[in-house]
Structures are given as C-alpha cells and as structure tokens.
Design a protein around this ligand. Sequence first.
Ligand code: HEM
Length: 399
Amino acid sequence: MGAAPAIDWFDIGKMIVDPYPTFERMRREAPVAWVAAMKANVITRYDDVYFVEQKREVFSANVEGNLMPRVMGRATLLNMDGEEHMRERRLLNAPLRPKHLKEHWTETFKRNTSEFLESLAEKGPDQADLNRDFAAPLAAKNLADLLGFRDENANQLASWSADLIAGLGNVRNDPAIWARVEESRESIDEAIDRVVARVTKQPDASVTSGLVSAGMELDAVKSAIKLSLSGGINEPQHAITGIVWALEENPDQLAMVMANPELWQDVLDEYLRWMSPIGFAPRITLSDVELSGTLLPRGSLVANMFGAANRDERRYENAAKFDVRRPKQSHLAFGSGPHVCVGMWTAKLSVAGVAMPMLYERFDGLRRRSDDSSLWNGFFFRGLTSLPVAWDRDRGSRA
Ligand code: HEM
C-alpha cells in the first residue's frame, strides 16, 4: 500500500472551464492523488467519496486552516464533528423538514416564482437572461423569506452571499476581500438581530424563528443563518439554468417531462448528479486510513470530490450523459452522512416542485439564445454564469 501519488496534470484553470476530463483520468489512473495546487489529497471514485462522507470518526470536518470561522465569526456546522455538530444540526433540521416546508412555504415559493417570471417576461425573448432575471433573484428571495429576512431584497441577500463566498475562497489573504467580508458580516449580524427580535415576540414559520423557539443560542443562530446564506443561493440558481440547458440538449427527455410533470424531481436529481453544483468538501484524517490501495496517514487533508464521484462509470452506466430515464440510484451532490445538505428538501420543493414546472408552463418553446459552452464555470461552485433565453409564446401575457 503506497502513499498518494502527486499529479502535475490537475490544472486549476482547466478545472474551472471543465473539470470532467481530469476527473475521468483521476478515477482511472490516480483515484487518491496529492494535488499541490489544492494542498490536498483529491478523492474521485464514488465508493471512496461515499466512504469518506460516512466515516466521521476518521474524516473530520474540523479542517485546520479552513477560513469558515474567520468569515462567519464562529465555527459553523460545516466544520464541526460528533455531538457538537449533531446538537446544532438537529435544531436546524426541524424548520427545513419536508412536511414543514410543504405546509408553510409552497405558496411563498409560488408567489416568488410568479414575480420573477414576470421580470423575465418584461425583458422579452430578445433580451431575457434566465440567470439574471429569474434564477438568481428567485433563489435569493426564496432563501430570504425562508430564513426570516423581511427588510432586505433579493439583491441584498445575493450580495451578502457573494461576499461570504469570496471570504471562504480568500486563500491568498487579500485584505480588500477581508474588508468586504467584515462589512457584510456586520450588516448580516445586525439584520439577524432584527429578525430575532421580531420572531421572539411573534414566532413564525421561518428558520430563524424555529431556531430561536428551540432555544438555540444567539451566536449559534447567527452562524447557522450565515452558513445557509453562503450555501443556499448559488446551487438552486445553478440547478434552474442548468436544467434548461440539459433539457434543450435532450429534446426527447424534454418532451417526456412535459407529458409527465411528476418527473421534475427526477430531472433535478439527474441534473445534480450530472453537474454537481458543489464540487467537493474538505476533510482531515484523524487516523491512518486506506482508500483504493493508497495510505492516507493521520493528519492528511482531503478534498472529497462529489462532482467526480457522481460521474463514476463504476456506479453509473454512461455516466457523462444526462439521462432522466436512467435507473434510480442515489448521488452525492448533496453530500451524504452527518453533513448531508440540510437544504436538500428546500431545493427539491423550490426548484423541482415549483420553479421548473411554472417556468415551462408559462413560456411555450423556451430555448436558449446561445450555445456558448464557456458560460459554464467553476469546479467548487459549478454552473452557468448567464443563460440568454427566448420563447415562442408567453402564456402569461394577456396580449
Ligand atoms: C441544489 C441545491 C443544493 C445543493 C446541491 C447543496 C449541496 C450541499 C453540499 C454538497 C453540502 C455539504 C455536504 C457534506 O459536506 O457532506 C451541503 C451542506 C449544507 N447545505 Fe446545501 N445544497 C443545496 C441547497 C441548500 C439550501 C437551499 C440551503 C439552505 C436552506 C443549504 C444549506 C446547507 C447547510 C446549512 C449545509 C451544512 C450542513 C452540515 O454541515 O450539517 N443548502 N449542501
């Protein structure tokens, strides 16, 4: 059993454009590889990535050097382990469970979707951009409402989220980014104070209210809300635009979904498998461990690549193909194990349950106005940076 081989063909620039050829080569030649540019051992096969997610006693989320506590002002769920993690996670699970969401948030998600369908329609089929006019503001507004922010608009939430994310990626220690992060964090903390004051007097169905009612301490509430803010906008946004792209590439599948709207949940899951919006999660080993015949000594940093695992041919036949009809098999786009995404049910309801069916019901012949594949970007957060769209008929317009 040898040490992880160092590879020099993991080129961050190329990964941002399209990580999948490198993932494929890594799964084949070096499934556990040391990548200097990431200062981590990169894991790419499905079985290994799943194992890392499950084995919490070996793979700790409390990774040294992680910028999360500095950005958020305190450790978050994503860098806690064991009982400490479970205590806060249980409280956050409650307001995000499927029954609660369905009962309290379906109407709000529908109202928000209608509002931004209107914005899209106003731009018209020559000017509309599905990302800018619909997916991005909708994802931000849904999250603002769900978390309990009432005084802030979608742009404010999106800008806060972008600042937190910039801080999480500020490995070069750019002081200008830290200044942005600190300013935004202060504003977010003040906004959360206002929400907490309101829901303490008048509880509601929001996440903040749920946490306060359950007795969570204020600094833990702030950490959970800021983490959700940084991780709950980009991915639903990318799923909406990415699904439109994928269905246009596969007109037979689009026709099938139009005829069977109950398939929207499968479409979302297949999209997430095919183009994982969050590429990886960092971990550190607490003891020596073997993965695919490679020894990772205690204290090894690991980048657990969901995006690579989700296209492993060992698990998925014809894995690079977007195929709604493929046999049902779970994927790792939401992670798995103790840190599995707590917003999974929110994404399922807001994107597959509401946004996608309403979008296609409203615009007949919805299609993109550009085939430019350079619109795809990123391998930590991956998605379309913009998606100009056109349509034949706006079924919502009275004209
Ligand atoms: C399509 C949409 C989404 C995707 C693909 C996604 C993906 C993920 C992934 C990969 C993780 C890390 C899992 C791990 O480390 O094992 C995660 C964690 C998390 N996500 Fe999401 N996410 C989505 C939507 C959301 C939304 C809407 C929210 C907020 C309501 C949210 C809040 C969180 C939080 C708080 C965690 C940390 C959980 C923990 O450490 O216990 N996510 N998500």
